[in-house]
Design a protein around this ligand. Structure first.
Ligand code: 3UK
Length: 519
């Protein structure tokens, strides 16, 4: 099967096939490597069956949601495929979120089971203190102070059979529910179907990126992001390549470099900020052996051309920038090996149609900037529990990306910002409205506005303009206090990198803050 259209996939299809197609001929091949563990396709498959049986024993059935809150590792990957195999829907949770955000996702998704890593016990415990639908918690790794009623992964799977029949799923049945942040309000739940994983694997992973069984992928972007899940699990396994899972922090470039040095991957998945932070490590090419790399992939935010050139000069490795979204599951416009325009997002991935439209929905002239809409079979259909927002974004066959783009004479697409106020910081969404609402909670702050400002690498980071209550002018101490205030209440990547104290903020006649003027 070479699926380039949904109709190429059998109507009744379970995407556990992505794993199990390797059992004929590659069962003994290493499927995944982590800093402390290695598993073959055969071993992963047996473990998937045990976990599938264990989930069914807990009562998990077709369509039920299973949340995963864990660093990237073997258990994450195994649980993901176990859910597919029994027709359940996995909810990969962002490990950086606050307890309140985690609780929201547990409630909104209706998760009945939570797979929880011991290192995340604290935020999870606080989240579970609120009323959530979670009936069972399965604990991965050791955490001696966990409650008695949690199940322990090892014991939980040990008693199960390694045989399991796939449950019958339609190619259009959902296999994942991912959460993505918006400007205001709660994160939006986005379902993807069994069909989407194989279509994206073929259309971009194989046809554009050129993945083969000889590759070994490594991703700094986590599995709970669609970017990491596709790039570092589904697409490589679709072609029988091995994946290296990294449980550490994306912010530690030296750890990332040490992983590449140790595991010798051929393809690196990272966000532009991640590449810029590698470049900032002194003499990194002398200290770490990166010669295994044949390509780097960049997504999450636009990759500035200077970063592309510097990375190429220092390492000899070409970076392939492509734009994807959780709504579409993965990349739909991309550069490709051997055909790269640094600074651009490349050309539409075959299988997707792209159009750039004005505010009335009319296509603009080539070269003009407009809003990008895409059409393709991997697009989600709606946001869970957000009918109104869904109607604005999912326009029948077309999906409104909210990104501004222009297409040049040669057909390359150039990112030109967002049509909302959302910021991508290190490839992850940050809502200026959310940062403002946290800053304003501080006693000294009268009002504030947060905008994206480019740093030395031309990558956007949040900057806050703050008006103080006492009419004061502020100082470095207050900057530190306000940043600490933000880090206490939000994921640290959302904190303002600069704070400027001002006497007033630019406003419209109706009193609305004009963020564009601050930008
Ligand atoms: C922005 C980019 C310019 C853009 C994602 C690869 O990022 C992913 O999904 P999200 O839902 O965010 C989507 C939004 O992020 N963006 C992403 N990549 C680029 N802007 N150049 C890029 N290369 O605003 C887009 O609408 O978090 C990325 C694969 C799968 C994904 N889900």
């Amino acid at each position: 099967m070479i699926p380039r259209r949904a109709a190429d996939i059998p109507a009744w299809y379970n995407a556990v096939d992505i794993l199990e197609r390797n059992l004929a001929g590659r069962a003994e091949k290493v499927a995944l490597l982590t800093p402390d563990r290695e598993m073959t396709f055969g071993e992963v498959s047996a473990e998937v069956n045990r976990v599938g049986n264990a989930l069914e024993r807990l009562g998990v059935r077709h369509g039920d949601r299973v949340a995963i809150l864990a660093p990237d590792g073997a258990e994450w990957a195994v649980t993901f495929f176990a859910c597919l195999k029994i027709g359940a829907v996995s909810v990969g949770m962002n490990t950086l979120l606050t307890p309140a955000e985690l609780a929201h996702i547990l409630v909104d998704s209706g998760a009945r089971v939570l797979l929880l890593h011991g290192s995340l016990l604290e935020p999870a415990r606080k989240a579970l203190e609120q009323s959530t639908p979670v009936e069972h918690v399965v604990l991965i790794g050791d955490a001696s102070d966990a409650a008695d009623d949690v199940l322990r992964w090892e014991e939980w799977v040990a008693v199960e059979s390694s045989e399991l029949e796939s449950r019958r799923t339609h190619r259009d049945d959902f296999g994942t529910l991912s959460y993505s942040s918006g400007t205001t309000g709660a994160p939006k739940g986005i379902f993807h179907a069994h069909r989407d994983y194989v279509l994206c694997a073929q259309l971009w992973g194989v046809d554009v990126l050129g993945l083969t069984a000889e590759d070994r992928t490594f991703s700094v972007a986590k599995l709970f992001f669609a970017y990491g899940l596709g790039g570092n699990l589904l697409f490589p396994w679709w072609v029988g390549a091995s994946v290296v899972l990294y449980p550490g922090s994306p912010r530690r470039a030296v750890d990332v470099l040490a992983m590449v040095d140790r595991f010798r991957p051929t393809i690196l998945f990272n966000a532009p900020t991640g590449y810029a932070s590698i470049l900032a490590v002194e003499n990194f090419t002398e200290r770490y052996d990166l010669t295994s790399l044949r390509l780097g992939v960049s997504a999450g935010e636009a990759l500035p051309a200077p970063v592309w050139h510097e990375f190429r000069e220092r390492t000899g490795v070409d970076l392939v920038d492509g734009i994807g979204s959780t709504e579409n599951f993965h990349i739909f416009i991309s550069n490709r090996p051997g055909d790269i325009r640094p600074g651009s997002s490349g050309k539409p991935v075959p299988g997707y149609d792209c159009r750039i439209v004005d505010p009335d929905g009319v296509p603009v002239a080539r070269g003009d900037v407009g809003t990008l809409q895409i059409r393709g079979e991997t697009a989600a259909l709606f946001y869970l529990h957000q009918a109104e927002r869904s109607r604005q974004v999912f326009l029948g066959e077309w999906l409104d990306t909210g990104d501004k783009y222009c297409e040049d004479a040669e057909g390359y697409f150039w990112h030109a910002g967002r049509s909302d106020d959302m910021l991508k910081v290190g490839g992850i969404w940050v809502s200026p409205v959310e940062v403002e609402s946290v800053l304003i909670e501080h006693d000294s702050v009268l009002e504030c506005a947060v905008v994206g400002v480019a740093d030395d690498s031309d990558l956007v980071k949040p900057k806050a303009y703050v008006v103080l209550k006492d009419g004061g002018s502020g100082d470095d101490d207050l900057v530190r206090i306000l940043v600490a205030h933000c880090v206490d209440r939000m994921a640290a990547y959302k904190r303002p990198r600069w704070i400027e104290f001002v006497d007033e903020l630019p406003k419209t006649a109706t009193g609305k803050i004009q963020r564009f003027r601050l930008r």
